[in-house]
Design a protein around this ligand. Structure first.
Ligand SMILES: [Zn+2]
Length: 87
């Protein structure tokens, strides 16, 4: 299997990073490009950090488009799965 496929399989759906302004932990869906800090409102660009290349997301985006699934649908689905799991 190619490294790229391994990378996609190991990609977590949600990521947490610390706000660069106030250190507040921010949770974002892997497909989210921007996240706003809930504490100080700073906008962060989320892609291409944490060792995950932006090109991986581009491949995922292309695959979703090919399958006729919007990123919004996928994000909502992941959110629902997670909400169900945390109940
Ligand atoms: Zn902040």
């Amino acid at each position: 299997m190619s490294d790229e496929l391994e990378e996609i399989k190991s990609l977590s759906r949600f990521r947490i990073f610390a706000c660069s302004e106030c250190d507040e932990p921010i949770e974002v869906h892997a497909l989210e490009i921007y996240a706003k800090c809930p504490n100080c409102g700073t906008k962060h660009k989320c892609r291409a950090f944490g060792g995950i290349g932006a090109e991986i997301h581009d491949h995922i985006d292309a695959a979703l488009e090919w399958a006729g699934i919007s990123q919004e649908e996928l994000k909502e689905r992941h959110q629902r799965e997670r909400d169900a799991a945390s109940d």
